[in-house]
Structures are given as C-alpha cells and as structure tokens.
Design a protein. Structure first.
Length: 289
C-alpha cells in the first residue's frame, strides 16, 4: 500500500502545482494587472514540480505520477496487473483531489477564468492536430524516461533533472496548441473540478498512445526484448594473453621451503640399500666368532 500512497501524493503534488501556476498567472496578469511569469513560468512550474516529486518519491513508486507511464510499464511487462490497477486508482484520486483543492483554495475569479487550470486547444488547433502534438510530446518524455530509468546500461542519478527538463521543453513547445500536458492525470483533475470535458481525447488518448509507442520503440531498438527481462549485452571476449596473470599467479599457492625439502625417509643411503658384504673367506667358514 505504501507505493500506492506514494503515487497518490506524487500525482497530487504535480497536478496541484502545475494547475496552480496557471491560476496564479491569471491572477497576476488580469486580476492584479501586474507582470506575470507567462508561459515560461508555467512551463518551469510544471517541470520543476515533476522534478521535485521524482526526487521525493523515486524508489517508492513505479508509476511516475503519470497513468500513461504506468500503462506503458505494464505493457512492457515491468509491473504487474495488480500494481497497474493500484497506480491508476491512485492517479485518478490524487488528480481529482488536487483539482478540487485548486478550485477551492485559490480566488474564484482566477479559477473560473482558466477553468482551474484545465488545458484547452488553441484557437487554430484542431482535435486531430492536438492529439498528434500530445502523442509526439509524450513520446519524447517517455523515451527519455526509458533511457535514464529502464535501460540498465544508462541508469542515472539525474533522473529528476532529465524528466523535469523534458517536461519544461514539452510545455514550451505545446503551450499555444494543447498546453503540452503529456499526462492524463494533469487534465483529469482540473477537468473534474471545473466540469469542462471538451476535446478530452487529446489529453487522454494522446499521451497513452505516445507512451506506448515510446516504450515499444526503446525496448525493440535498444533493449532487444524477447523475454520479460532486458537483454544483457555481452562484452567482447579478450584475446588470450601470453603473460602470466599476476593476480592469478599470486593467488595460486607456491611450495614452501618445508614442502620442497626432502623428507628424511626419502634419503636412503647407499649403505642402507646395499646388502652387507660377505666376509666368509672363499672355500671355508668365517673365523670370526
């Protein structure tokens, strides 16, 4: 249950901070009529939220605060069906509670103006275009994740930084068109809180398709998966050396002085080996008593 709790908290943190940044930008630019941080600040908020969440929960959950990634892990046979169900339930609950928290905590005028941070298609972006954009952006995100997390040859301690930066550039690229969400949970929470479900396939089907395509591409291209475990690349065999290995020679026992010294029993003198001489004179008995 702890890993599901960790997944719930991770999704709550990501959705609350990312959606809250949009509401804050609206409050600064429209309500308070002050300079806001704009798209760059929103992108940084989303990416940094993802990065700090991974720092806190890496090793505790395998869902990575994204149901599309959880599904990709299951299809790649890296988590069980039970874990998939647990992670999806945690994602759904955490996202909805985070969206409701944003809608209830922040000022109502700013929340209503941006729909509690729910993404929307750009004025010139069609449903198909939006779906393709989310597929491509999520493909890049999951491909990077597979490279720094899954590939045993490239495990990195900089996973939060790599994933966070990928989210930042993804948001900057997709912000005018789809918001650059790359995560169904990021859409579900604010959508439920604001009751706005327009164009939902863009942010549900798009990220799932992109995640599945990325995981399959990395597995086939770089891991050579034929079984349930990653393929381990074998190192080329070294040419036989004509020199004696110093370690092996040092490890092999050498005969000691005691073992090389001949035992007393081995020194049999010639006198002990030859029979005693016959002292009987030729032709008669010995005169010795």
């Amino acid at each position: 249950m702890r890993k599901y709790l960790a997944e719930f908290l991770a999704v709550f943190f990501v959705v609350f901070l990312a959606a809250g940044a949009i509401v804050a930008d609206q409050e600064l630019s429209v309500v308070q009529v002050r300079d806001s941080f704009g798209p760059l600040g929103i992108a940084l908020a989303y990416g940094l939220a993802y990065a700090i969440t991974l720092m806190a929960f890496t090793g505790l959950t395998e869902g990575y605060a994204n149901p599309a990634i959880s599904l990709a892990f299951y299809i790649a046979r890296r988590i069980t069906l039970k874990d998939l169900g647990g992670y999806l339930a945690a994602d759904l609950l955490g996202a909805i509670l985070a969206g409701l928290a944003v809608a209830r905590i922040f000022p109502a005028d700013a929340v209503e103006a941006v729909g509690a941070g729910v993404p929307a298609l750009g004025p010139t972006t069609t449903l198909v275009q939006g779906g393709i954009i989310e597929i491509v952006l999520t493909f890049i995100l999951v491909f990077v994740l597979w490279g720094v997390v899954v590939d045993p040859r490239r495990l990195s301690r900089r996973v939060p930084l790599a994933i966070g930066l990928t989210v930042v550039v993804g948001v900057l690229t997709g912000a005018p068109f789809t918001g650059g969400i790359m995560n169904p949970a990021r859409w579900i929470g604010p959508a439920v809180a604001s009751a706005q479900f327009d164009n939902w396939p863009v942010w549900i089907i798009g990220p799932i398709v992109g995640a599945l395509m990325a995981s399959a591409a990395y597995e086939l291209a770089f891991l050579g998966r034929e079984t349930g475990e990653p393929q381990v690349l074998e190192e080329p065999a070294e040419a036989p050396s004509l020199l004696i290995d110093s370690e092996s020679s040092a490890a092999s026992p050498r005969p000691s002085a005691e073992s090389t010294a001949p035992s007393p029993a081995a020194h049999v003198t010639a006198e002990e080996e030859l029979p005693p001489p016959d002292r009987t004179p030729p032709g008669g008995q010995s005169k010795l008593p």
